[in-house]
Design a protein around this ligand. Structure first.
Ligand code: F6P
Length: 547
């Protein structure tokens, strides 16, 4: 069954939130903390190895209760049940949305068109395991009998960002294999990667759900041609494997049927790292770690499915984000992991969040009369502090920010970790409290700054504070906790899509550019420029004249 369609702006909760916003928009969080000494203990969630403190938000218990009413009014509970049950909630593509089945225990039953998909899921998982073991142990060899040393993942979007992010995030757990990623159709990308490789010891994993994506097919052909300069056609079977739903196209490309890892149309590209799309993850860290990543995601699935909304991490974070997006008019959210390992988390979630909820037509087919998907961006702390934090602290924009940090480091150098974490805590405190004129003047006094100089400098040194943050403090970066973290954001995306009454699991917005690029490519090849707007025509002509 489809999701229920409710225009959120027509709900009683939305009206209450609007009114409540009038009272809240200038409220000082500092005062809220002063009034309520138990604020942090009331506004946090502790679950497994996660502590989520959301007390540094411009909210009261009343705000939370209106937001929770909104979740009720749009029937989030029913939506969650349909999501996990495999209902056709991706209606514009007539598909279920079941990345959660990929990490469910083997004895669970998930029906798609009346068919339990779990046996198939586990048969592919088994194939991933066996293949990984053979490559890692060196039993599977290249065309000259040498063991593999390098893996190249060829894919783009969801067929690249997820595996690339996780391989980077789990570097600490890595084995001897070096994993590379080729995604961009810009030849520089593939060329630079190829330069480092020995064809005899490199395994190529072509990942494309559709196996029609221009970038992936072009890069695969370039790599196959490069490979064939040193090897024979029959050697391709030993060095190329593919992950796809399009078995026919993969076979036509020349991949041996044994080397095809199937996936299903009910796995969305940007949610696919849990499927065979994660093969390069499994190869990089071993199947057991890959399996723990899946286990972690399943833990979060269970938390999301079974926890009352006021203690449900994805629900609470989604509601807070709706509060800022739809009532405060915040346009973007930042995500700052205090670990270098998560440097690719923001780019990964940019696809997850913006491809999913960057929609302006509601599920009834009408233009929305409220804001939807947030812009997401971020970089690890502390680097980002020295890059764009100035704007978060003293700029004109409200940027709700998630801070993600770990109690224990992996490297064991406590000095480094303490310094890192002192920054982590200091930033959210600074964003909350800012710095008052009195504090600045007291500092001036100590520094011997007075008179005209002090008067001149004062306004620039004041921080207004009152800038909202969520703190996610996790015990340690493990495959399991990473799985939990990723699944948390996946479910946040889902909750927001339900509230905004949009279809989160299609991506028609990326199609137009692809179509136009195909026809422009023909024009570039033939030199025959067809009808375009004045600017595009002018640019194409300039390019063709100069190339
Ligand atoms: O960018 C559009 C998109 O369809 C993504 O959703 C997807 O992850 C990516 O292209 C790659 O698609 P495929 O895996 O089919 O090559």
């Amino acid at each position: 069954m489809a999701l229920e369609n409710t225009n959120p702006s027509g709900t009683a909760a939305w009206q209450s939130l609007r009114k409540h916003f009038e009272d809240m928009q200038y409220v000082s969080m500092q005062e809220l903390f002063e009034k309520d000494p138990n604020r942090a203990s009331n506004l946090h969630i502790q679950w497994n190895d996660f502590l989520v403190d959301y007390s540094k938000n411009i909210v009261t218990q009343e705000t939370m209760s209106h937001l929770l009413d909104l979740a009720k009014e749009v029937n989030l509970e029913d939506a969650i049940q349909k999501y996990f049950a495999g209902d056709t909630i991706n209606q514009t593509e007539n598909r279920a949305v079941l990345h959660t089945a990929l990490r469910a225990p083997s004895d669970s039953k998930v029906l798609v068109d009346g068919q339990n998909v779990m046996p198939e899921v586990y048969s592919v998982k088994n194939k991933i395991k066996n293949f990984t073991d053979e490559v890692v142990n060196g039993n599977r060899k290249g065309f000259t009998g040498k063991q593999f040393t390098d893996i190249v993942n060829i894919g783009i979007g969801g067929s690249d960002l997820g595996p690339a992010m996780v391989v980077e995030a789990l570097q600490f757990y890595k084995n001897h294999l070096t994993v590379h990623f080729v995604s961009n159709v810009d030849g520089d990308h593939v060329n630079e990667v190829i330069k480092k490789l020995n064809p005899e010891t490199t395994l190529f994993v072509i990942v494309s759900k559709t196996f029609t994506t221009q970038e992936t097919l072009s890069n695969s052909e370039t790599i196959r041609n490069w490979f064939l300069q040193s090897a024979k056609q029959e050697d391709v079977a030993k060095h190329f494997v593919a992950v796809s739903t399009n078995i026919q196209r993969v076979t036509e490309f020349g991949i041996h049927p044994d080397n095809i890892f199937p996936m299903w149309d009910w796995v969305g590209g940007r949610f696919s790292l849990w499927s065979a799309v994660g093969l390069s993850i499994s190869l990089a860290v071993g199947f057991d770690h890959f399996d723990k990543l899946l286990k972690g995601a399943n833990n979060m699935d269970e938390h999301f499915k079974t926890t009352p909304f006021d203690k449900n991490i994805p629900v609470v974070l989604a509601l807070l984000s709706v509060w800022y997006n739809n009532f405060f008019g915040a346009e973007s959210e930042a995500l700052i992991p205090y670990t270098q390992y998560l440097q690719k988390l923001a780019p990964y979630l940019q696809q997850g969040i913006m491809e999913s909820n960057g929609k302006s037509i509601d599920r009834d087919g009408n233009p929305v009369n409220y804001q939807t998907g947030t812009i997401i961006w971020g970089e690890p702390g502390t680097n980002s502090q020295h890059a764009f934090f100035q704007l978060i602290h003293q700029g004109t924009k409200l940027i709700p920010t998630d801070f993600i940090g770990y109690v224990k480091s992996l490297h064991g150098n406590q000095d480094h970790h303490d310094k890192l974490m002192s920054n982590f805590f200091a930033q959210t405190e600074a964003l909350l409290n800012g710095k008052s004129a009195e504090q600045v003047l007291a500092e001036f006094e100590k520094q011997g700054i007075s008179g005209e100089k002090a008067e001149f400098l004062l306004p620039f040194k004041i921080f207004s504070g009152n800038r909202p943050t969520n703190t996610l403090l996790i015990n340690q970066l493990t495959p399991e906790s990473l799985g939990e973290l990723i699944a948390l954001y996946e479910h946040k995306i889902f909750v927001q899509g339900v509230i905004w009454n949009i279809f989160s699991y299609d991506q028609w917005g990326v199609e137009l550019g692809k179509q136009l690029a195909n026809s422009i490519l023909d024009e570039i090849h033939t030199g025959n420029i067809k009808e375009h707007d004045g600017s595009t025509h002018f640019l194409l002509k300039y390019f063709l004249d100069k190339k």
